[in-house]
Write a protein of this length. Structure first.
Length: 95
């Protein structure tokens, strides 16, 4: 899912409590604020300097994880994901 698609998803569900955080791989030589501005993101963008990818079992990029209350991973997808798959996963989560 592209950055603009994630932003659209956030705008659609934010009133229900959806939070999206984009985490760039460790060592990514990107100005994060400029990158977010380029894609019109209003959600946080961070660099993985604390080993979050390893802690959450990320093995390839891109990886999307739907994390519910209490930091419980509800769904994981590695690679491209369709809007329909995202909508189905969100339908199972109570915000």
């Amino acid at each position: 899912m592209s950055a603009p698609e994630l932003e659209a998803l956030y705008q659609r569900y934010r009133a229900e409590g959806l939070i999206i955080v984009t985490v760039m791989g460790d060592g990514t030589a990107v100005d994060l604020e400029a990158w977010a501005d380029t894609y019109g993101l209003s959600t946080p963008v961070a660099s993985d300097t604390a080993g979050l990818a390893s802690a959450f079992g990320v093995q390839s990029l891109p990886t999307q994880q739907l994390i519910g209350r209490g930091s419980v991973i509800k769904a994981t997808n590695q690679g491209k994901i369709s809007d329909a798959d995202i909508e189905a996963a969100l339908a199972e989560v109570v915000f």
